[in-house]
Design a protein around this ligand. Sequence first.
Ligand SMILES: Nc1ncnc2c1ncn2[C@@H]1O[C@H](COP(=O)(O)OP(=O)(O)OP(=O)(O)O)[C@@H](O)[C@H]1O
Ligand SMILES: [Mg+2]
Length: 230
Amino acid sequence: MENNEIVNIKGLIKRYPIGGGFFTALNGIDLVFGTGEFAGLVGPSGSGKTTMLNIIGTLDSPSEGTTHVLGHSVGDLSQKQAAKLRKIHLGFIFQTYNLLPVYTVFENVEFPLLLLDMTHGERKNAVLDALKWVGLTDKIKSRPAQLSGGECQRVAIARAMVKKPAMVLADEPTANLDAANSHHILQTMEKLNRELKTTFIFATHDDKVIRYLKRKITLEDGKVVQDETS
Ligand SMILES: Nc1ncnc2c1ncn2[C@@H]1O[C@H](COP(=O)(O)OP(=O)(O)OP(=O)(O)O)[C@@H](O)[C@H]1O
Ligand SMILES: [Mg+2]
């Protein structure tokens, strides 16, 4: 691993079994992401964006080729090792928010911190900061069912960023946000990226996100067809 390299993908192929055969979702990907990148995977629906984020996030593994994340080979990690890597270093914003319905906004955002060695006071400060980033301090006692779609999305964003992970993987993070909220959240992410060198990798169709990207990687049919840095 080179010094500032956080993700290294070589010859990555991902096949899913379907109906006795296979569907090739990623078909020979070679990509390197440096620490502190603010990059996005773009491309049509079904091109493999979520599949690639899942592999980078150690939630799925390559069928062929390798993906190294922070120096660890994703396909070779045990469940336990992968869970530890995610718990400490990775933040996720999923296409579906995956909020815990019985928990309040505060508890949902606090959840990833319970796995870390932090005091109650440290956790509280971190959660309140994260809720400030997404503009939801007035909803800390609400439960997901009492929130709008955009508000749920902002809770999910706060939860992904609360522990200030090395890397945030964000799948369509602004799908349900209006222009003002998207802009505000992207600015917060940019700030974390600048000040903490947090690496961001997005999967998105949204022009509001694409405008902020410093690197835009276009996927088509499981292949990289364009890789532009601005
Ligand atoms: N578990 C699975 N089993 C079988 N096929 C799958 C599975 N997951 C994804 N696929 C297929 O792999 C392809 C890539 O899916 P993926 O979710 O990565 O696309 P995407 O680029 O994220 O699309 P979108 O923009 O709609 O979110 C799709 O054709 C999808 O149907
Ligand atoms: Mg997707």
